[in-house]
Design a protein around this ligand. Structure first.
Ligand code: AOF
Ligand code: ZN
Length: 366
């Protein structure tokens, strides 16, 4: 089997898994493909199902049935070895008669951590690990970060004018990006477990923070507001329709309980963490709490102040900047605060993409 064929089929497995990102938390979204020996026949494919189960391998193997015998399994994350809420996938792989497994990366979950691969090898299956490992690490960054750091991976997305402004304090709201970029951002939302913003964004824009792409409306993730003083208006859109899409307001231990009652009556949830030295929500603690609730991927859409505070606390894993090349309006709030600018020196530019007349640039923590 050529390395190129392995990469092509692993890319397919990764793509299958990535389609369900945002729907499988607290589990990773894994992809699996069953193919014949020389890669000319794809027998079956599968991805982790919404809610995290069944796991990808089980979906692919169930669909292959007897046709799995003697074939190769491509899987974007090490098959599990533990008896969790489902029996181990490595047992299912062994029972299926699969002869060779190509796996992208080890699962750092300490219930697995190499044991899945070891079980397969002990059963006489040939196992190769590391195919498209970089892409798999990106694909599973949410899972890896939650397992190793206890918090979700954080992607910050900001829009800026070509002059570098994200908004205007004095004038009317800036129109920064166009329709194509907006659709691209909604697709990013659909692949996140939660969208997070600071209270400033709620007060300035009263956004819906949902997914409004035709056919993907049901994939709106949880909405989270970081709101130290519980200033979110009870009449705001994200509170008003929290029966449709969950809204969590993260505030400080001492914030008003009377205000909390009004949110709870509307269906929004209030989460409390200890304040930091400045009396604001301690962002490290807030993310630990979100990790404990099972979130693996948080998509933070600003504003600039929250993004800057996340950079100061070293809590950003990916940064996406959308530059609106035909932005209208005069800005006076810089998109990149001083801490975020410094933080960017430690990031790696990994790609860019045009959207209409706008430009997306993607950075990651190395
Ligand atoms: C796989 N294939 O598709 C996924 C895996 O609670 P459980 O039993 O569902 O196990 C969850 C753990 O299984 C999760 O933390 C991760 O290590 C692994 N996820 N493993 O073989 C999959 N989603
Ligand atoms: Zn499994």
């Amino acid at each position: 089997m050529s390395a190129g064929t392995d990469r092509r089929l692993m890319a397919l497995a990764l793509t299958l898994g990535e389609r369900n990102l945002g729907r499988t938390w607290p589990n990773p979204s894994v992809g699996a493909v069953v193919a014949d020996e020389d890669g000319s026949l794809i027998v079956a494919g599968g991805a982790t199902q919404p809610g995290g189960r069944p796991h990808a391998e089980r979906v692919a193997l169930a669909s292959a049935g007897e046709a799995a015998r003697g074939r190769t399994l491509y899987v974007s994350l090490e098959p599990c070895s533990h008896h969790g809420k489902s029996p181990p996938c490595s047992d299912a792989v062994i029972a299926s008669g699969i002869r060779r497994v190509v796996s992208a990366i080890e699962d750092p979950d300490d219930r697995v951590a190499g044991r899945g691969h070891a079980l397969l090898r002990a059963a006489g299956i040939s196992v190769e690990v590391g195919c498209l490992a970089d892409r798999a690490r990106r694909s599973h960054r949410g899972h890896m970060t939650r397992v190793t750091k206890g918090r979700p991976a954080v992607t910050v997305k900001l829009a800026r004018t070509t002059e570098g402004f994200a908004g205007s304090r004095s004038g009317p709201r800036l129109l920064i990006t166009g329709e194509d970029a907006r659709a691209r951002v909604h697709l990013m939302r659909a692949h996140a477990d939660a969208i997070m913003v600071g209270i400033g964004t709620i007060l300035a824009d009263d956004p819906f923070l949902d997914v409004r792409l035709p056919g993907l409306e049901s994939r709106s993730p949880i909405r989270i507001v970081i709101d130290s003083g519980l200033r979110t208006p009870v009449g705001s859109r994200i509170v008003g329709d929290s029966g449709r899409v969950p809204t969590w307001i993260v505030t400080t231990a001492g914030a008003s309980f009377e205000a909390e009652r009004a949110f709870v009556a509307s269906g929004a949830e209030v989460l409390r963490v200890e304040p930091d030295a400045a009396g604001r929500v301690d962002l490290g603690q807030a993310l630990q709490l979100l990790g404990a609730r099972g979130l693996t991927r948080v998509f933070c859409e600003g504003g600039p102040e929250l993004a800057n505070a996340l950079a100061r606390a070293d809590l950003i894993d990916e940064l996406t900047l959308a530059t609106g090349r035909s932005a209208r309006g005069q800005g006076d709030v810089p998109a990149l605060g001083p801490d975020l600018q410094d933080f960017m020196d430690g990031l790696r530019l990994v790609g860019d993409e045009g959207a209409g007349s706008d430009l997306f640039m993607f950075w990651e923590k190395p």
